[in-house]
Design a protein. Structure first.
Length: 205
């Protein structure tokens, strides 16, 4: 008789990722051992190695998994939307995900660890910021080709867009401020940032 649900290998992979995030966030990257992750996940250490090359690869996958859950990976986006639709919805989702506790804590973890271990910073950047930036750059390339926007350098424009949009909302979360300290809301800030970007790349004439 066939069993329903996820294949066992996928179930174990999810168990390992869940246990890894739990340990990374509570103990830090350096203090977390694969033995501890294996015990929490209910698998053997060898099973972890059958799915991941090592601890840094496991952290990288945790970050990538967060991007997939947040529906920010390229395959989950609609690149046929108008610039207004795409950038507004993307920005709102981007801020919502970044300001959630797990992504913020993963960011703090990587920032604290990368001075001692450069591969952690590289893993975080390649699995999170780079993936998101490439997705936006791909959309901007298409929008430029369709004549909807003027974007000479899509990668540069994508980097600027993301840094403008996430600015204040993420800073306030990183500092664990209990209240938004400005007269305008985080949503108003995000919407104004998107408008600023769109105005800079409008088709003239």
């Amino acid at each position: 008789m066939k069993t329903r649900g996820r294949p066992k290998s996928d179930q174990k992979r999810r168990q390992i990722l869940g246990a890894a995030v739990e340990h990374f966030l509570t103990e830090g990257y350096g203090a977390t051992s694969l033995d501890a992750i294996a015990k929490t996940a209910g698998v053997s250490k060898q099973t972890i190695y059958s799915h991941f090359e090592g601890k840094s690869a496991l952290l990288e996958e945790c970050i990538q998994d967060r991007c997939r859950k947040g529906i920010l990976a390229a395959e989950a986006l609609d690149f046929n939307e108008s610039p207004e639709q795409f950038l507004h919805s993307f920005a709102a989702r981007f801020i919502e995900i970044l300001c959630d506790s797990d992504p913020i804590n993963l960011w703090r973890l990587c920032a604290a660890e990368c001075e001692r271990n450069r591969e952690i910073g590289e893993a975080y950047f390649n699995s999170g910021p780079r993936v998101v930036m490439e997705a936006v750059a791909h959309y901007l390339t298409l929008a430029d080709e369709r004549g909807e926007l003027v974007v000479p350098d899509p990668t540069l424009a994508a980097a600027q867009f993301l840094f403008i949009v996430k600015g204040l909302p993420v800073d306030t979360q990183m500092l664990n401020l209990k209240r938004w300290p400005y007269s305008f809301s985080a949503q108003e800030y995000t919407e104004a940032s998107v408008k600023l970007f769109l105005n800079a790349h409008r088709v003239c004439g």
